[in-house]
Design a protein around this ligand. Structure first.
Ligand SMILES: Nc1nc2c(ncn2[C@@H]2O[C@H](COP(=O)(O)OP(=O)(O)OP(=O)(O)O)[C@@H](O)[C@H]2O)c(=O)[nH]1
Ligand SMILES: [Mg+2]
Length: 469
């Protein structure tokens, strides 16, 4: 006889199965700061899935390892108003006779796949031989998450913070043109559209220079350097007032100050909030790609800036404690992967350190992320492995080294790039500056073979493994 408790267990597992059968749609968001490797990651991921189960190139993905992955196909995306991820263009570049990396991208885009697999559960097998998961992959710039703190700030507070940031090394020098132009502004006088547009352009130029010359990513407002479809809109024609105290007591509605504060408020409302409400709210899974190696190479300021940017990015996933965030959007993300990208730039003996470094970068924020009910994992990966590992003889002894085609010259190069610090680098690391980062061209891959990678399968397992049971 079936006891009451057993019956209730059976009932529950049957219900779980029905729920699971309905839960066959995942929106996977891929983000990271500029050049972190988002486009390469998505292109490689989609290519692996479209290649199907033939090559057994994904042993750490349980569904593929167990022989349950049956294949995938590209289907029309869900939202026709969102630009399509340019998969064909990107994969043609990577798989060309002389492969090149995909073009940089500036905004949000998406692609939809259907994955066919054989379910794991015995009970499921009785119900259906195969199942399908609809996977939407969304690419968006991590810089857009850096704007979140603006929502808590007034124009005055933001201006004060930006004035302080000018004291950081090298910034005031790059800001010279903007500072000179803005010094002529009569804040309480009637606003002059042309003058505001000119000073805004100079401010935007300054932000671009911070990115290009100082390797900085923590740039506000984020859309000024990555405007996407907002390029040229008056919504982006404002700047912080850094030429003295702001006294708004006796201000009038036609003043430059009123115009600047109004645009700042509209930016918060129509750009920052809208991104969370239209996009972020629908994400189920998230991978944040972190290129730790370029800032290690560029220097201390660039690395510390990335660290601040990462802390800032993590705030968007800390809604567990923030009533404000939960009111702004009803988040659903339940898993995040923090991935050190481009791991093929260091020798395998350094992968452990690279992983430890990512761990250290995110560890503080991770506690809050866990409090939001989000499971998180750290990994080190290469979307498209562009180097080979071998030995070179140096001073009569064999040393492990990487060989790849240098991006600029296309020439083969063997080098030992140096040691990755396993902890956030201290002063001594910067003094000896022992890291030698070289950009490599993508490898030449025969059209019938999968793209070589490092731990893409582990990334897929963390992001989707449980959705394909
Ligand atoms: N060696 C190696 N280099 C990589 C890999 N992924 C990306 N890169 C390098 O990093 C650059 C940027 O990669 P993208 O995928 O375009 O990065 P992104 O985050 O989409 O960049 P934006 O669109 O500009 O924000 C590439 O042009 C390559 O030089 C990788 O797996 N291995
Ligand atoms: Mg891109």
């Amino acid at each position: 006889m079936v006891s009451k408790a057993t019956f209730s267990n059976l009932h529950r597992s049957a219900k779980d199965l029905v729920d699971r059968s309905l839960d066959r749609h995942v929106r996977l968001a891929v983000t990271g700061l500029s050049r972190a490797g988002k486009t390469a990651f998505i292109t490689a991921l989609v290519d692996h899935l479209l290649q199907g189960p033939v090559h057994h190139q994904l042993p750490l993905w349980s569904v593929a390892r167990d022989g349950r992955f049956l294949g995938a196909k590209k289907v029309p995306q869900a939202h026709f108003h969102i630009p399509s991820f340019k998969f064909e263009q990107n994969i043609n570049s990577l798989r060309a006779d002389q492969p090149v990396w995909p073009e940089p991208t500036a905004g949000v885009s998406e692609i939809r796949l259907k994955i066919k697999y054989r379910p794991d559960s015995l009970l499921w097998r009785n119900l259906s031989q195969t199942a399908e998961l609809t996977l939407d992959i969304i690419d968006y710039p991590g810089e857009w998450l850096l704007d979140l703190p603006l929502l808590h700030m007034s124009y005055e507070q933001w201006s004060e913070q930006m004035a302080q940031s000018l004291t950081q090394p090298g910034r005031a020098e790059l800001a010279k043109n903007w500072l000179n132009l803005g010094a002529q502004l009569d804040l309480h006088g009637a606003y002059d559209e042309l003058q505001i547009a000119q000073i805004s352009q100079a401010y935007t130029q300054y932000l671009h220079e911070c990115k290009a010359q100082l390797g900085l990513h923590h740039i506000q407002p984020g859309r000024f350097v990555l405007p996407g479809e907002l390029a040229g809109a008056p919504l982006l024609a404002f700047f912080p007032y850094v030429w003295g105290e702001i006294n708004s007591d006796h201000d009038n509605k036609d003043s430059a100050l009123s115009m600047l504060s109004a645009r700042f408020e509209q930016y918060k409302e129509h750009v920052v909030k809208r991104f969370y409400q239209q996009h972020f709210v629908h994400f189920d899974r998230q991978i944040v790609l972190l290129d730790c190696l370029t800032p290690l190479n560029t220097g201390r300021q660039s690395f510390e800036d990335m660290q601040t940017a990462v802390e800032q990015i993590m705030q968007s996933f800390q809604y567990g404690q923030s009533g404000f965030l939960r009111r702004l959007f009803a988040p659903k993300i339940d898993r995040i992967v923090f991935a050190a990208s481009k791991a093929d730039h260091v020798t395998p003996d350094q992968h452990e350190n690279l992983l430890a470094l990512v761990d250290k970068l995110v560890v503080n924020g991770q506690r809050e992320v866990a409090f939001s009910g989000i499971e998180s994992h750290c990994i080190a990966l290469a979307a498209v492995k562009s180097t080979q590992v071998g030995n070179v003889n140096y001073q009569g002894k064999p040393h492990v080294a990487l060989t790849g085609r240098q991006l600029d010259t296309s020439e083969l190069l063997s080098l030992y790039p140096g040691e990755v610090p396993a902890d956030l680098p201290q002063a001594a690391f910067w003094q000896k500056q022992g890291f030698d980062f070289v950009n490599f061209a993508p490898p030449v891959v025969a059209s019938n073979l999968p793209l070589p990678h490092i731990r893409m399968d582990l990334a897929i397992e963390h992001l989707l493994g449980d959705k394909l049971l």
